[in-house]
Design a protein around this ligand. Sequence first.
Ligand code: B16
Ligand code: MG
Length: 214
Amino acid sequence: MIKAVIFDLDGVIVSTDEFHYLGWQKLADEEGIFFNRTINERLRGVSRLESLEIILEKAAKSYSPEEKKALAEKKNGYYRELLKTLSPSDILPGAIELVNALKNAGIKVAIGSSSKNTPFILRQIGLADTFDAVSDGNQIKKSKPDPEVFLLAASKMQISPGHCLVVEDADAGVEAALNAGMKCLAVGSAYNHPQAHLKANSLSEVSVEILCNL
Ligand code: B16
Ligand code: MG
């Protein structure tokens, strides 16, 4: 039985994924590194520094740890500028309705995101006080597909992993949910993940009954 639902943030609650892409594309162009949307797909759910490592696979030169840190900070600056434009109208279709329906049914709700910008994003979209727990990139050592971010969310809510369901848009996130021993609803880019327990094109299609009957 599902007692808590843990929502990924980027790509599930709000589409900050395009802003990540624009930030990385700008950085890659400045460095003369080939980058495109196909490579960008590999960055979903992955931490900032791991994302940079994927981009640097195409670099002609090698970068020192200090240079990598500076590049990651530079991209984050571009990304944060774009995040300033976010507002509640950017919440994805069906997300807020599903969160409220779950809360009304007595099911706890949490955020489980790799992003260190999670608190800022939640403030921008007006959901800073909505969730029972927030577990994010500031609080974990290992990013998805490691289960740490979801296990932390479950422990903050005092719900055992077997009673949690994760909503994810990244293959790495679906794998993190499964590694945590949780059920998973795949949306967006993770729609075709073969091991997800359920899939949906949009959260507008998902009801509390569907989730609770998993
Ligand atoms: P930041 P999620 C993830 O968010 C993004 O999908 C991923 O592309 C990004 O690299 C990661 O957050 C870290 O983000 O640079 O803001 O710390 O999907 O786990 O909510
Ligand atoms: Mg995501």
